[in-house]
Design a protein around this ligand. Structure first.
Ligand SMILES: Nc1nc2c(ncn2[C@@H]2O[C@H](COP(=O)(O)OP(=O)(O)O)[C@@H](O)[C@H]2O)c(=O)[nH]1
Ligand SMILES: [Mg+2]
Length: 251
C-alpha cells in the first residue's frame, strides 16, 4: 500500500518533469524535493532518503543532463536507477547443506508477521526444487498455531512435525531432527512463536533453540506494513540472535 501511493506520487512528479522542454537546476531541485517528501511519507528512513536525494541531485544537475534533448526523461531515469540501487541489485539464496545432510532453518518474527504462512511457502518451494522438507510446529502458545501450520503444510504437500503445546520448543526441535533423520527429510523448518512486541521470553526461547541445535540459517519475517518499526525489530533480532536473512511480507 505504501509503495502504491508512492508510485502514484512519483508518476505525478515525473509527469511534471516530462512536460518541460528545458530544465533548470531549480526545476530539478524542486522535483527532487517532492520526491523526498513522497519517500518520507512512504515511511522510508530519513537517513536513507537524505543520501538518496544527495546522490540523485549530484547526478541530475550535471550539465549533460540539463543540456540534453530530453532532460526530464534523463532525470526520471536517474531516479529509477538509484531507486533500484537502493532496493539492492543482488539476490542471495538461502544457504542449504548438501542433500545428505540436514539443513535447519529457524523462522523468527513478531506475532502476525507472517511466519507460519511464509514457513509453509518456503517448504513448498524447497520441495519443488527436489529437497525433502519437514515443517516443525514450535509455536506452543496457541493450539491454533499448530493446526494452522498443519493446514498450510498440507496445502504444500509437506509433512508437519508437531508435539502439541505441552513441550518446550527446543525439545520439539530436537525431536523433529531425529524424526527427520529417520524419515529422510533433509530440510527442517522451525516455525517459532512470536509475541506482540520484542520481549525477553521470546528472545530467550530462540536463544535456547539456537544454542542447542545446529541451525544452518536464521530467517526473520517482518511485516512491510509496520514500516520503520520493522527496521527496529530486525536490529534487535540481529543483536540478540543473529539473522542470516529477512523476508518482508505483505508488500
Ligand atoms: N496480504 C498478505 N497477508 C499475509 C502475508 N503473509 C501472511 N499474511 C497474513 O497475515 C496473518 C498472520 O500470518 P501468520 O503466518 O499466521 O503470522 P505469524 O503469527 O507470524 O505466524 C494471516 O492472516 C496471514 O494470512 C502476505 O505476504 N500478504
Ligand atoms: Mg505463526
Amino acid at each position: 500500500m505504501a509503495f502504491e501511493s508512492l508510485s502514484d506520487k512519483l508518476q505525478n512528479i515525473f509527469k511534471g518533469l516530462r512536460g518541460k522542454g528545458r530544465l533548470t537546476e531549480d526545476d530539478v531541485k524542486a522535483a527532487l524535493k517532492e520526491v523526498k517528501m513522497a519517500l518520507l511519507e512512504a515511511d522510508v528512513s530519513f537517513k536513507v532518503v537524505k543520501q538518496f536525494i544527495k546522490t540523485v541531485t549530484e547526478r541530475a544537475i550535471g550539465q549533460d543532463v540539463l543540456n540534453s534533448l530530453t532532460p526530464g526523461q534523463m532525470v526520471i531515469k536517474i531516479v529509477n536507477e538509484e531507486l533500484t540501487n537502493l532496493m539492492g541489485s543482488e539476490t542471495t539464496k538461502l544457504k542449504l547443506l548438501p542433500d545428505n545432510e540436514i539443513t535447519v532453518i529457524m523462522m523468527m518474527g513478531l506475532q502476525g508477521a507472517g511466519k507460519t504462512t511464509t514457513t509453509a511457502k518456503i517448504a513448498g518451494k524447497l520441495k519443488g526444487s527436489g529437497k525433502k522438507p519437514l515443517l516443525v510446529a514450535c509455536d506452543v502458545y496457541r493450539p491454533a498455531a499448530v493446526e494452522q501450520l498443519q493446514i498450510n503444510g498440507d496445502k504444500q504437500g509437506v509433512p508437519v512435525f508437531a508435539m502439541g503445546t505441552n513441550h518446550k520448543p527446543v525439545d520439539i526441535a530436537k525431536a523433529a531432527i531425529e524424526h527427520a533423520k529417520k524419515n529422510n527429510n533433509n530440510v527442517v523448518v522451525l516455525d517459532t512463536a512470536g509475541r506482540l512486541h520484542v520481549d525477553e521470553d521470546m528472545m530467550n526461547e530462540l536463544i535456547e533453540i539456537r544454542d542447542n541445535i545446529d541451525i544452518t540459517q536464521t530467517v526473520l519475517v517482518v511485516d512491510a506494513m509496520t514500516g520503520q518499526d520493522a527496521v527496529n525489530v530486525a536490529t534487535q533480532f540481529n543483536e540478540k540472535i543473529g539473522i542470516d536473512g529477512i523476508i518482508i511480507t505483505k508488500l
